[in-house]
Ligand binder design. Structure first.
Ligand code: NAP
Length: 438
């Protein structure tokens, strides 16, 4: 039994465990939550109410989440003392209970404290940042056909130039690195450079590709696209793509066909092994009816720059996108902007088993406590979480509630200012409307 310093797990819940490589979810799982800083104070209670209402409606009391309040950010400092932004208690709780959800966290400025979000991902080895991006009817969009976008982005979370291996210009350390590059490796780097390292490994790339492909299999998606800049960065981004194809063929041969094979064997591709077996990773959300009978998942790749124009012009040709960290950062927000912006974009950071669901926007401090911001991002992250638990009925209820509320043009200030004839409601009022519309 894990010992905690300042928190006590709820007594009316049970632990999610791992059984035969899968999550084993009891009817009353203990789920740690971090309220979040800034507008977390508004969006978390609204979200919690909506999730609880959906679970109650879906299962009539047979299932119920035992919420476990844990601390990070400003609230943690209040409870645990100065600089205690991410207490051990919190990390231990997420490790023990495997599924957790959080509001946004302030990145403490100065004092050598790293982003709490980055720290959480690294300490818990949450290597896949998963961002589903779809449009809800009625949400204002800058593109002509926002309904064509329905993709899930798998962004690598632990490697790439994001790994934080860098040396500041002018330091003795950067001089050593530049000397090595110039003298030993016989390359030419300017002496007055700063240096960042971009590691991309076989292990890191393959485990992400595995997750993306399993997701495509279990959710009946038609394609997985490796997005990379391998035409220029051959041994990092190019290798990421190559290892992705390799993994797809080594581990999922019965389920996949590469785009190149498709061209070669267009006819022979008919009638091959249908996708019937669910993957081990059968948890993430489903935006379309499962099943892709009679055909295999197409594995393809696209150069990153081309991918940006492709999601604008032919978004419906992409379903699951698997990509290194930096590309994933850019494409996630660009895709979200096409369907209504970050206020509606859910996300999760997922490891081998731990699923940590989060609002993708920040703490918007100027709105904190005003009960006015859009809780959509966190609510939709709740949809992902419920799906991850295997509670699809409840997930569908939340999603339907949001869909109908927006269709009825009942929205918070951010969407209200972009929509004609809409009714503006508060954050908590929006939650009421979603519950009513489930
Ligand atoms: P931000 O908090 O995301 O807010 C920027 C703007 O986005 C807001 O002023 C607001 O725009 C809009 N917005 C954000 N969330 C909204 C919501 N739920 N509903 C409606 N509109 C929303 O970005 P920031 O001001 O750059 O960052 C503030 C803090 O958050 C920083 O400490 C940053 O490090 C942190 N952060 C945390 C996370 C995370 O925890 N995942 C992510 C990003 C940033 P308008 O003013 O136009 O209404």
């Amino acid at each position: 039994m894990t010992q905690y310093d300042k928190i006590v797990p709820p007594v009316d819940g049970a632990s999610i465990t791992i059984k035969n490589g899968e999550l084993n979810v009891p009817d009353n799982p203990i789920i740690p939550f971090i309220r979040g800083d800034g507008i977390g104070i508004d969006i978390w209670p609204a979200t919690q109410r909506v999730i609880d209402a959906a679970v109650q409606k879906a299962y009539g009391g047979e299932k119920c989440i035992a919420w476990f309040k844990v601390y990070a950010g400003d609230e943690a400092v209040e409870k645990y003392g100065p600089n205690q932004y991410l207490p051990q208690d919190t990390l231990k709780a997420v490790q023990e209970y495997l599924v957790a959800i959080k509001g946004p966290l302030t990145t403490p400025v100065g004092g050598g404290i790293r982003s709490l979000n980055v720290t959480l991902r690294q300490v818990l080895d949450l290597y896949a940042c998963v961002r589903p991006v779809r449009w809800f009817r009625g949400v204002p969009s800058p593109v002509t056909h926002p309904e064509r976008m329905n993709i899930v982005i798998f962004r690598e979370n632990t490697e790439d130039v994001y790994a934080g291996i860098e040396w500041q210009q002018g330091t003795p350390e950067v001089k050593m690195v530049i000397d090595f590059i110039n003298n030993t490796m016989k390359k030419k780097v300017r002496e007055d450079s700063g240096i960042g390292i971009k590691p991309i490994s076989v292990f890191g790339s393959k485990r992400l590709a595995r997750k993306a492909i399993k997701h495509a299999i279990s959710e009946g998606r038609k394609s997985v696209t490796f997005m990379h800049k391998g035409n220029i960065m051959k041994f990092t981004e190019g290798a990421f793509k190559d290892w992705g194809y390799q993994l797809a063929l080594e581990e999922f041969r019965d389920y996949v066909i590469t785009e190149a094979e498709l061209w070669d064997e267009a006819r022979a591709a008919d009638g091959v092994t249908p996708i019937t077996k669910p993957g081990a990773f059968a948890h993430l959300r489903d935006d379309k009816p499962a099943g892709n009978p009679g055909s295999r998942i197409v594995i393809k790749d696209r150069i990153a720059d081309s991918m940006f124009q492709q999601i604008l012009t032919r978004a419906d040709e992409y379903e699951v996108v698997c990509t290194p960290n930096l590309n994933g950062d850019y494409i996630s927000d660009a895709a979200a902007a096409q369907v209504g912006g970050l206020g509606m974009a859910p996300g999760a950071n997922i490891g081998d088993y731990i699923g940590f669901f989060e609002a993708t926007h920040g703490t918007a401090p100027k709105y904190a406590g005003k009960d006015m911001v859009n809780p959509g991002s966190l609510m939709l992250s709740g949809v992902m979480m419920l799906t991850y638990l295997g509670w699809r009925e409840a997930a569908n209820l939340v999603e339907t509630g949001i869909e109908r509320t927006i269709e009825a043009k009942v929205v918070t200030y951010d969407l209200h200012r972009l929509m004609e004839g809409a009714t503006k409601v508060s954050c908590s009022g929006y939650a009421d409307a979603v519950i009513k519309n489930m």
